[in-house]
Design a protein around this ligand. Structure first.
Ligand code: ARG
Length: 473
């Protein structure tokens, strides 16, 4: 779409016509530039025209304008939409914003009847309607992308259901888990993010159109008609709130902050795992860059940037919260500042999701490296303690016995599973040959065989459930 630079205001001959009536001098050049929003809000042109078409149709329906005038307005608006899409529209900064640019072009194109469009409406309810329509469209695209990302993630998880890796707490090796289980943990984060996004959409899907400047209008408008025409569930309940509410934008940005927080955590793990110290996974070259000085380097730029972009998304959330915190009812010009943070959040979230959708299924697991790492950190120590409990030892005593055997293992550089039965029995004569079944990594993960556990069979089942749930969306 067009992002052409608006022409400069021509203050000598043409102050803004749509509100110039009570003014004795043209607006100052700098002030015109300072207050204009057209350089960024032209992005709303499709929704602005969509809202105007519904409004014009409604005005004719209730008899405020004639059917003929309504038709000419609607045809004129559709042709302006085509002009803008084809980059054949001359945006003017003197006309402040997307709304007045389009209305002025309409009057130029179809004559005086164009001036009837703004009957019973204000830019205050107009802009509130436009942003909701725009954000709703974007939410649908983003929801779809989250679903795609979850799908590729779950499929990878199922294919890695028996790949053993160390599970960490405090970033210290804790207990063995499966890579598939780890990936399904990521999926749970995305599942909640998806739910928050859908909640946000449901709450925001009400039409502010008809609130007019702040108090409603004296024309016999039909708000249910415009709400339905625009795909809203219903009209909003209070005109003052309608023109001043930006909760929906804040709520979306809060969703975005949490989503990016999750994607940043995933990125952090990918960055660690691709390092020479871990070598758990490999990312395809197309997601990485090299170093201009160190020939051996392959840097995980895409996850690093996703981690970095979380900062700007969090910043946008705080911009909007701060923008709203002291505003009295109803509309204030402050609200014009809502657009850039919201646009930037939508763009950033869409790009990050796009990158992940490509990158996640291309992750290559280095199974031997993961397995060795799981073996190195005495990750089956808890299993040995549980085994002793099974033989009648109290858990605290079992904890102590295993602690002693780990200390011994560190000294002689042996994992618990590598010790002889005599070595193990020197710590407790409750230990017998069957201990080796549970000291292996495979035995350890398979033992966690319940809903939410890391056993490969459970990961398979959880993956299948997750896919089924997504298919119901
Ligand atoms: N450009 C304005 C905005 O984004 C449109 C509404 C202006 N209304 C007004 N009364 N100045 O909020």
């Amino acid at each position: 779409m067009s992002t052409s630079k608006p022409s400069s205001p021509d203050q000598s001959s043409n102050p803004n016509q749509s509100w110039g009536g009570r003014f004795n001098e043209p607006v100052d050049d700098f002030v015109a530039r300072f207050t204009a929003s057209v350089s960024f809000d032209q992005r709303l042109y499709i929704q602005d025209i969509q809202g105007s078409v519904a409004h014009a149709a409604m005005l004719a329906r209730v008899g405020v304008i004639s059917e003929d005038d309504s038709l000419r307005i609607i045809t004129g608006l559709e042709s302006i939409k085509t002009d803008i899409a084809n980059n054949q529209f001359d945006w003017s900064e003197a006309l402040e914003d997307v709304h007045m640019n389009i209305e002025s072009a309409l009057t130029k194109d179809i004559g005086i009847v164009g001036k009837k469009l703004h009957t019973g409406r204000s830019r205050n309810d107009q802009v509130a309607t436009d942003i909701r329509l725009w954000l709703r469209d974007q939410i649908d695209v983003i929801a779809e992308r989250i679903t795609t990302l979850q799908t590729v993630m779950i499929k990878l998880a199922i294919s890695q259901s028996d790949t053993i890796m160390p599970g960490f707490t405090h970033l210290q090796t804790a207990q063995p888990v499966t890579f598939g289980h780890h990936l399904l943990a990521w999926n749970e984060m995305l599942e909640r993010d998806y739910g928050r996004l859908i909640d946000c959409r449901a709450r925001m899907n009400q039409s502010p159109l008809g609130a007019a400047a702040l108090a409603g209008t004296s024309y016999p408008i039909d708000r249910v008609f415009t709400a339905t025409a625009l795909g809203f569930d219903k009209p909003t309940e209070n005109s003052l709130d309608s023109v001043s509410d930006r909760d929906f934008a804040i709520e979306f940005c809060a969703f975005a902050s949490l989503l990016l927080t999750h994607m940043s955590r995933m990125s952090e793990e990918l960055i660690l795992w691709t390092s020479a110290q871990f070598q758990f996974v490999e990312l395809p070259d197309r997601f990485c860059t090299g170093s201009s000085i160190m020939p051996q380097k392959k840097n995980p730029d895409v996850p690093e940037l996703v981690r970095g972009k979380t900062g700007r998304v969090n910043g946008n959330l705080f911009s909007l919260l701060t923008l709203m915190k002291s505003q009295p009812l109803a509309y204030n010009k402050d609200n014009q500042e809502d657009k850039e943070p919201l646009f930037d959040t939508v763009d950033t979230v869409s790009d990050c999701l796009r990158a992940f959708v490509d990158m996640i299924p291309a992750i290559k697991a280095n199974k031997p490296a993961m397995y060795d790492a799981a073996k190195r950190g005495f990750s089956t120590a808890t299993d040995l303690a549980d085994y002793l409990v099974g033989k009648g030892v109290a858990f605290r005593d079992a904890h102590e016995i295993v602690g002693n055997s780990v200390a011994y293992g560190i000294k002689v550089d042996k994992d618990l599973s590598e010790m002889s039965i005599d070595e193990l029995r020197s710590f407790s004569n409750h230990i017998t040959e069957d201990v080796f079944l549970i000291l292996t990594l495979e035995g350890s993960v398979s033992a966690r065989n319940h809903i939410g556990g890391t056993a490969p069979i459970q990961v398979q089942a959880a993956g299948a459930r997750a896919l089924k749930k997504i298919n119901l969306r």
